[in-house]
Design a binder for this molecule. Structure first.
Ligand code: UFG
Length: 328
């Protein structure tokens, strides 16, 4: 199938491009290259430097006869969304509205949206299921939830179906070393920890040691980016097989690791002892976010292949070392 990937030069998008190409699909990437890198896009894909909100997107969709869109482009830093909410409502919500309008105008049949566990806010219980309340506690989560709502309404009115994948904590890198997380100034735990392992930073702060969890630190459901990318390809096939139906699915493994367990894994994989600095809680961090993944396992033939935490860390570390070699 011909698929447009927005944000295909970014972290998760570039892995989706690889998964689509490896599965035999044809890919057109649009990316404004503000946070993404042109070198992150596999050369088998066509890369067009274009913003998702640009009306020229519909010409690209028509020219390339695109049947499906995977929409990754957007802003992703939760604390920044609190200080600059309008950036998030512009880059995530308003830009998605324009893209969906282009999709409808060009007769695109399927839309896969990169949503987030942040749509749930602070959950009453874990694991979190798709039917649980969606009460985001930051503009990032709300900007994504609003896009989910637009898709629901548009799919009821036009011949398009959609899948929203609500990601838990995405980590790791392509096991073949073709892509990884290259974001400058990343804030995510595993990225930070492997940066410490390669000497880019001297220590890792542990944000909060008094959570009601097994060791007092925050627990998250870390999902390997390549498994997540494969889930997108499987979701695309599901949308094509059942055009009347749309889906909202958690993308996680249904198990959590604490911050200290993650840092222990990094120590094991690197044979180093990463220095930990015990600090206070980061504003807005819930104690535990773990997916109930029964729905995605029932809906898709997809099965996690890379859930092993040490393997996730190993792949993230290999990519981090490659970035150092590349001078990035
Ligand atoms: N953490 C540290 N030290 C760090 C970085 C993180 O202790 O240097 C801790 C956090 O406090 C948290 C855990 O590691 O307990 C994971 O933090 P991340 O920043 O890696 O990820 P988050 O869970 O904050 O963010 C994820 C997604 C967001 C999504 C959010 C929903 O990356 O896109 O969950 O709450 F919005």
């Amino acid at each position: 199938m011909k698929v447009m990937v927005t944000g295909g030069a970014g972290y998760i998008g570039s892995h989706a491009v690889l998964a689509l190409l490896d599965a035999g699909h044809e890919v057109v990437v649009i990316d404004n290259l503000v946070t993404g890198f042109d070198w992150a896009v596999d050369s088998r894909a066509t890369l067009i430097e274009l913003a998702v909100e640009d009306p020229a997107v519909r010409d690209v969709l028509r020219e390339h006869d695109v049947k499906a869109i995977m929409h990754f482009a957007g802003s992703v830093v939760v604390p920044e969304s609190v200080t600059d909410p309008l950036k998030y409502y512009r880059n995530n919500t308003a830009a998605s509205r324009s893209l969906i309008e282009s999709a409808v105008a060009a007769g695109v049949a399927h839309f896969i949206f990169s949503s987030t566990a942040a749509t749930y806010g602070t959950p009453d219980k874990v694991p979190i299921a798709e039917g649980d309340p969606t009460l985001p506690i930051n503009p990032y989560g709300m900007s994504k939830l609003m896009t989910e709502a637009m898709l629901r309404d548009v799919a009821a009115a036009h011949p398009i179906n959609y899948a929203c994948l609500r990601y838990f904590n995405v980590a790791g890198a392509d096991p073949a070393g073709r892509s990884g997380q290259s974001t400058v100034g990343a804030t995510h735990l595993i990225k930070i920890a492997v940066e410490a392992a390669t000497g880019k930073r001297s220590s890792v702060g542990v944000f909060g040691t008094d959570f009601p969890t097994r060791d007092g630190t925050g627990v998250r459901d870390y999902i390997h980016v390549s498994d997540l990318a494969d889930a997108h390809v499987a979701a695309l096939e599901l949308l094509a097989a059942g055009p009347e139906q749309s889906h909202i699915l958690n993308a996680g493994y249904g198990r959590g690791f604490s911050v200290l367990e993650v840092l222990d894994a990094v120590d094991r994989v690197t044979n180093l002892t990463i220095e930990r600095k015990l600090e206070g809680r980061r504003a807005g961090d819930p104690a535990e976010l773990v997916a109930d993944n029964a729905a995605i396992l029932a809906a898709l033939p997809w099965r996690p292949k890379r859930a092993d935490l040490d393997g996730i860390v190993r792949d993230a570390l290999a990519w981090e070392r490659k970035l150092v070699e590349m001078g990035k």
